[in-house]
Every structure is written in C-alpha cells, then in structure tokens.
Design a protein around this ligand. Structure first.
Ligand code: PMP
Length: 438
C-alpha cells in the first residue's frame, strides 16, 4: 500500500471531494474503502450493512468472486480495443446471452457504458426505425441526466437551469396509486393508462416513435404500476405503430425477484435498456431490440469508444451466471418476506404512509399525518423525516437510500444475495430509527 493510501481517512477523502470534485452531491456520509458481499467499510474502519447497493448496482454482492475472476481473466488478455472496431469474445458472447435472457423476441444488442447512454441510443433507434420523432415518457420517471434522457426524466428538480433538452417529448401521469390525481381509488385500477391516448391526441403530432417506461419506477419512489397498466400502454403503442421501450436499467438483472421487471406484467417490449446491475459495478450499459428494429441501424449510425468494454462484458457474463445460479431465487424469496415486515411498520407508525415494491426493490414512504399532500391527496410527504431516518440508520451501521419524487421514500435495494438475518437487521433498525425520529 502506498504512503498516500495509508494516510487516507474519511475526513481527508471528504475534504478532497470538497476541494477537487464538482459539488453535485447531496451527502458524503460513507466514504468507501472496501466492500464484500453486503458489507462495506469506510476509511476509519467502520462497517456498514449495505441495503442500497450503490444505487441498485451490486446485485450479486460486492466483489462477487466469480465476477472478479472473470474480470481479472479478461484484464490479463487485453483491456481495450474498441469493441466496434475489433470484434472480441466477451461482446459476442454477451450479445448471444442477452438474446437468450431478454424477454420476447429481442435479439440484437448495442453495448454502451451507462444507463443514460442506453436510453439515448434506444431513442435514436426507435426514431430511425419508425421514422417518427415523438417520444412519450411518464411524469416522475427517471431515465438519466444527459440531454436526451433528461427530457424523458419527469422531474423538474433534475432539469432546473439545464434547458433546453430535446424536443418532441411528452409525459403521461404516473401509476402512483398513493398520490393519484387521475382517479380517487386506493386500490388503483390503472385506468390512468388511458391517459396515454389523451396525451397523444392532445400534445403530439400523433406520429409516435416510442413510449419509454420503467416497469417499476425507481427514482420516482419505488412505484409499482397496477395490473393491466403496462399492457394497456402496449395496446395504445401498437395502435400507433410505435415502440415500447422498457427502461430496465434499475429493474433488470433480478432486482424485482424476476430477471426483468416486465416479467411481472406479461408484456413484451420492443427494446429493453439495461445498465446498473448488468456487470455488478463495472461500467456497462446496453439496449437490446428485436432483429427487425435493430436492423434499422446502419453502419455509422451509432458508436461508443468504450462501449462494450471487454472486461465489463466478461463481468456481465459472470453476473448473469450468478443470477441464474440462485441469486434471483434468493431475491424472490427475500422479496416475499420483506414486504410483509414492512407492512407491519405501515400499521405501527402513522408516519409510514405506504410501503410498496417488488422483490428487493422496496420503498417506505414517510409522511406528516398532520398535513395534507399536494393537491389535497394523501398525507404530506415528509422529506425531513426521511433524511433523519436515513442518517439514524447510518449511525446504526445500515445504508438505505432516500429518494422519490418528494424525497420522502426510504429505498431498500440491497445486493440480491442478502440473507434473511441481514434483512431482519435492516428492518429492525428501520423500525427503531422511525421510532426515534418521528
Ligand atoms: N434509467 C433508470 C430507470 C435509472 O434508474 C437510471 C439511474 N438511476 C438511469 C436510467 C440512468 O442510469 P445512469 O446513471 O447509469 O446513467
């Protein structure tokens, strides 16, 4: 270890960030020195149980042995050759593997480096294939922060001061039953899907390239659409000869207890965007389309210097092996148990407005029961409480995300390898933190 590494402490790392890294962060509370499985450690030797996976990325556990070995093997062969100039083994094999595991008849992939690039590329492909310009996304949804994907992201907080983004983008209402402005029903019949037709007829030329949707909205606050919602969208998409793009950047790779989020809804998308969990932390993104759609791209239409880096693709192949060798089964099993425990918190505390999610993508929405929420619907979101509960959890050695459209949702998205005992620790700590902070 170098002298410089030896002298690192949490404080020195944070002060370097403050001095030399652009100040875009909201908090810098757990500097990371190393990580293993579901445990991360800071520079002062403090250990944490990680129930957020670096924003839902390390699905098969930090430093998963099979993934690390696969990446090392490829590092020993070669690191870079531009995968679109020099064909290489990991890219070919991963392309073939994705044709097997992606839903429906999806067959050809493009490999990039991140979620936002996957979304950008998918929009380009949809426009090229359909010859149409208009794209529709969902209010409160999140698809990235570069100017194309940012246009789809349905939250002004991310766009303020950055406009203009791309044109020809409209939004439909989110399937957010708890704070629904479309119908007044707790059980959410999903009739808001009809909103798509209205938005197309009111706000667009009618010539639609794609509707882009997260099967479960992640950054928006772990919002699960009701049965039938996605299928209704798909019907309208087909009526307009448009494409359905499922943004599986967050829901893919086992996060919801199935390989893909759409697996819960029996809907086949035309393009699936992927990143986050795909290579368990190595930077990789992808979008996969049917052969017919994919072949709309011609030579020179798209490229990325680093896209489909062979080390990242080798890691992705090992990640998929791990997921299929029991990790998704564990996510499904723990993801059955966890919501039951969380709903106990909903019954116990009136500051817990709603708990919801699929698999190991669970949200706990915190509210102020003494005030009414936006547009007079549901109790007011309590972002302050969420912030304090998050901090309290970190003091208890647990990392949980805080997010959502109103920044009031505790996001429990641990590595999918998490054990029951570890999850029990997370829920017990959450229970105690809410009791202390409410
Ligand atoms: N799509 C979804 C659904 C996401 O959750 C995210 C990231 N939170 C993105 C796209 C953007 O991914 P990235 O940060 O890798 O660009």
């Amino acid at each position: 270890m170098s002298k410089q590494q030896h002298s690192r402490t949490n404080a020195t790392i944070v002060s370097q960030y403050e001095e030399y890294v652009m100040p875009i962060w909201k908090s810098l509370d757990v500097p990371l020195e190393r990580a293993e499985g579901c445990t991360v450690q800071d520079f002062d030797g403090e250990e944490y149980l990680d129930a957020f996976s670096g924003i839902a990325v390390t699905n098969v556990g930090h430093r998963n042995e099979r993934v690390v070995e696969a990446a090392k093997d490829q590092l020993n062969e070669f690191v870079h050759g531009c995968s679109y100039v020099h064909p290489n083994g990991p890219v070919g094999a991963l392309g073939e593997r994705l044709a097997e595991v992606t839903p429906g008849g999806l067959r050809k992939s493009f490999f990039c480096n991140s979620g936002t690039e996957a979304v950008e590329g998918a929009i380009k492909l949809a426009r090229k294939y359909t010859g149409s310009k208009e794209v529709i996304a969902v209010e409160m949804g999140f698809h990235g922060r570069t100017l194309g994907s940012l246009a789809l992201t349905g939250n002004r907080a991310y766009k303020s001061g950055m406009a203009p983004t791309i044109n020809n983008v409209s939004h439909i209402a989110p399937p957010y039953g708890y704070r629904c402005t479309t119908c007044d029903s707790d059980s959410c019949p999903g009739t808001c899907a009809n909103n798509l037709k209205r938005v197309i007829d009111s706000h667009t030329s009618g010539d639609i390239a794609a509707v882009v949707v997260e099967p479960v909205m992640g950054e928006g606050g772990i919002i699960v659409p009701p049965e039938g919602w996605l299928a209704r969208l798909k019907e309208v998409v087909e009526e307009h000869d448009a494409l359905l793009i499922a943004d599986e950047v967050q829901t893919g790779y086992g996060r919801t207890g199935e390989f893909w989020g759409v697996d819960h809804f029996e809907v086949t998308p035309d393009i699936v965007t992927q990143a986050k969990g795909i290579a368990n932390g190595l930077p990789l993104g992808a979008f996969t389309a049917t052969e017919e759609v994919a072949n709309a791209f011609e030579a020179g239409d798209h490229l990325s210097t680093f896209g489909g880096n062979p080390v990242a693709c080798a890691a992705a192949l090992a990640t998929i092996d791990e997921l299929q060798d029991g990790v998704i089964d564990n996510a499904a099993e723990q993801g059955e148990w966890l919501p039951e425990r969380l709903s106990e918190l909903e019954a116990k505390y009136d500051v817990v407005g709603q708990t919801r999610g699929l698999g190991l993508m669970q949200g706990v929405e915190l509210v102020d029961p003494s005030a009414t929420g936006p547009q007079g619907i549901a109790p007011a979101p309590d972002a302050d409480l969420a912030k304090h509960v998050g901090k309290n959890l970190r003091e208890r050695g647990i990392i949980v995300g805080v997010g959502g459209f109103h920044t009031n949702v505790m996001r429990i998205q641990p590595p999918l390898t998490i054990s029951r005992e570890q999850l029990e620790r997370v829920v017990d700590a959450l229970d105690a933190a809410i009791a202390e902070e409410a």
